[in-house]
Design a binder for this molecule. Structure first.
Ligand code: ADP
Ligand code: MG
Length: 694
């Protein structure tokens, strides 16, 4: 390999001046390598050459023939100039038109042999017609067609360049440079999985051989797609494996709790832990006693009781002489945890502190001095200024809002604190495997026995009377209600029902009840006040937006109305529904939908009516939205997958994962694979310290 160009700039390659280079950079192509990996978004089959006598209107066809007539026609007022030709292939004539491209007459004179590919239409005359087809000139030295007579790639392009120009440039680059690409995957792995060579894969993905199946290409499931998916997932998993190894190298804390605090708390609880809670706690305690840092995920549906498990772990840390921190994704949730936990540990002699963006005036001294044992907070906890005296255990609630990087930041706050991540959004196994590949996992797959299934009902919005009747029936039993709206207040942008007007409406309909309002534009203090009074039973109907999505725990609330349920995502609906059914009473969730709504919304509502199992719902959600969107908000700090699709490519993922973790085990810092190592680091941009030890 004497030229090493794939990493070089695209500018200066054939057909790419500074202007073009700018266009290319707009779609993310800066280097030759970027171009090689810029795969077609779809393919068209223009391989089958047809006789003009065989083609029919409506189809996309490819024909070859001689130009027997060519002329530029000026329409009246000179608005249009139409370049028109007639093509003959010995079986018939085809009329062809291009609009406002008079310069074509230079390249397409009478007598020239061309291949055309385009939509056939009826001209109203004897000959059929094609408008603005793609053309390719046949000459003695044409040995490879680019735009016709083959399976043709279609790229996602930007304005300022035509598909044909782009394709031609790609053809040049791919043919010149694909073979120069360095293959990052060790040969033994390629061989073991029978993967096609990288250069061949790139070539075939851009300009496939005639015999390839169009379907497999267009569905991203050709062997060449699978090869690139493997590479991508392999790099992804190598990053996770390296991260996991790095953290396990750190000397962690071997906690040595006597368990007095834990036992005291357990005794004071009005319930027994479920078996799933017990076994999860056992996992955690084992991790904590070991001298390696814990890195564990707790997955469990809403209401399964994760918080109390985390709290028990925090007590172990405190008893061993360390501080514990709990990080929540929102201030309202942090506040809620603070209130709850303060209440639970009353009498245990602990100091609990709250640190959020709203607690201005810097951090409470107690954190730095070590006086505060348990610190609850938001992102504010990982901000630069915050110093802990002796952070031993960090708990992150609602993992999906934080990424790998935030976890790393929080970790830096302690010596090497043990890390516990909790998520209430059940994640299908396929996703958990990629997303949390660097974490150990415990699942709480059991709800406390006193829980009644939430009964879910569906109403069109015009059945107000029945809906209000159900609401009234609950409140008359002394229970409370949530009413959730998708918007805070009236706006010009939407005609959605909103919380502010909704509250006024409920006050009018139920003058005898106390109606409260909760939304994200209220100050933290205001919101906390409202939540607290709802919790204490001073509010009968709490009208709110999705700020109650996670965490709010009010056992007396037994009915929830979701207004515009058709507007909410599945995960969100499931989370919302989890706010009721937290006590011992039977609870109701009423989904109120406004017509018209699409088929997808209908599917979501249907699933909500059929299932209360978070894992089931998550699988369906993934199925409806596809992994990209499903992951969207959860992927902070994770590299993008361009070719691979972790649902479709689940099998490949499992192989890639096994190979990656195996390789890191035998070659922890990839010393024997320097270029692979570099590729992984580039893939995990900005995480250069993936492999650094300590
Ligand atoms: P989540 O997993 O959604 O965070 P929480 O930890 O908020 O759930 O628990 C939900 C409610 O269930 C809380 O009121 C909590 O005190 C209660 N709870 C937790 N564990 C049990 C249990 N084993 N039996 C009965 N109630 C429990
Ligand atoms: Mg929780």
């Amino acid at each position: 390999m004497d030229k090493e160009p794939p990493g070089h700039s695209i500018e200066g390659r054939k057909g790419i001046g500074p202007q073009r280079a700018k266009l290319f950079s707009r779609i993310g192509i800066h280097t030759i390598q970027d171009a090689l990996y810029y795969l077609p978004s779809r393919y068209e089959d223009r391989a089958a050459l047809k006789k003009i006598s065989e083609i029919r209107p409506g189809g996309i066809e490819t024909v070859q023939g001689k130009i027997v007539f060519a002329n530029v026609i000026h329409t009246r007022m000179r608005r249009f100039r139409i370049f028109e030709i007639a093509l003959n292939d010995g079986t018939g004539f085809l009329k062809v038109k291009w609009f406002n491209q008079p310069y074509l007459q230079k390249s397409l004179p009478v007598g020239r042999e061309v291949v055309l590919s385009g939509i056939v239409k009826d001209s109203g005359q004897a000959a059929l017609e094609m408008d603005s087809p793609e053309y390719e000139i046949v000459s003695d030295d044409t040995d490879s067609f680019i735009h016709t007579k083959r399976i043709v790639p279609v790229y996602r392009i930007t304005g300022g360049i035509s598909q044909k120009q782009f394709r031609k440039i790609m053809f040049g680059i791919v043919n010149e440079y694909a073979s120069e690409l360095h293959d990052p995957v060790p040969p033994s792995i390629i061989e073991k999985h029978n993967l096609p060579a990288l250069a061949r894969s790139i070539l075939q993905l851009h300009f496939p051989d005639k015999g390839m199946s169009l379907d497999s290409l267009n569905s991203g499931m050709s062997i060449y797609h699978r090869r690139l998916s493997f590479d991508e997932l392999f790099l992804f998993e190598l990053g996770l494996a390296a991260l996991k190894r790095r953290t396990s190298l750190n000397k962690g804390i071997a906690f040595t709790p006597e368990g007095t605090l834990r036992k005291k708390l357990l005794k004071s609880l009005p319930f027994e832990l479920t078996n799933a809670q017990k076994s999860t706690l056992a996992d955690i305690r084992e991790d904590m006693r070991s001298p390696y840092p814990m890195n564990r995920l707790i997955q469990g549906d809403v209401g399964c009781g994760k918080t109390v498990v985390a709290l028990l772990a925090m007590l172990d840390a405190v008893e061993s002489g360390y501080q514990a921190a709990l990080m929540a994704p929102t201030e309202i949730l942090a506040g809620q945890h603070y209130i709850n936990i303060s209440g639970l540990v009353k009498g245990l002699g602990l100091k609990v502190g709250l640190l959020t963006g709203a607690s201005r005036g810097g951090q409470p001294e107690g954190i730095a001095s070590g006086e505060t044992d348990v610190v609850i907070g938001t992102h504010a906890l990982i901000q630069g200024g915050v110093k802990f005296k002796k952070l031993g255990l960090a708990v992150i609630d609602e993992q999906h809002k934080f990424g790998v990087l935030q976890r790393a930041l929080l970790r830096k706050k302690g010596l090497t604190p043990d890390l516990l991540v909790m998520t209430a959004t059940p994640i299908p196994r396929s996703l958990a495997l990629t997303l949390y590949g660097d974490l150990d996992c415990s699942v709480i797959d059991e709800l406390p026995p006193d829980r009644k299934k939430v009964l879910t009902k569906f109403f069109e919005a015009d059945r107000k009377k029945e809906i209000y009747g159900l609401l009234r029936a609950e409140i008359e039993k002394g229970r409370q209600a949530y009413v959730v709206y998708p918007a805070i207040e009236e706006s010009e942008k939407t005609d959605l029902k909103n919380a502010v007007q909704g509250k006024e409406g409920f006050e009018r309909i139920f003058p005898e009840y106390r109606v409260g309002l909760l939304h994200g534009r209220m100050s933290t203090a205001e919101r906390e006040k409202v939540m607290l009074s709802f919790k204490q039973g001073e509010i009968d109907i709490l009208v709110s937006t999705t700020v109650i999505e996670v965490g709010l725990d009010v056992p007396g609330a037994t009915i929830m109305l979701v207004v515009h349920a058709e507007r909410f995502g599945l995960a969100q609906l499931h989370q919302l529904r989890g706010r009721v059914g937290r006590g011992t009473h039977r609870s109701l969730c009423i989904l109120v939908a406004y017509k018209p709504y699409g088929e997808e919304a209908g599917r979501r509502l249907d699933i909500m009516l059929r299932s209360t199992d978070g894992f089931r719902i998550a699988e369906e959600d993934l199925d409806i939205r596809g992994p990209g969107e499903f992951l969207g908000t959860r992927q902070a700090g994770m590299p993008d997958l361009k070719v691979a699709n972790i649902v479709r490519d689940m099998k490949i993922l499992e192989k890639a994962k096994a190979e990656a973790f195996g390789l890191i085990e035998t070659s922890p810092e990839l010393r024997e694979f320097p270029s692979l190592k570099k590729t992984v680091e580039v893939f995990w941009k900005g995480k250069k310290d993936l492999f650094r030890t300590g």
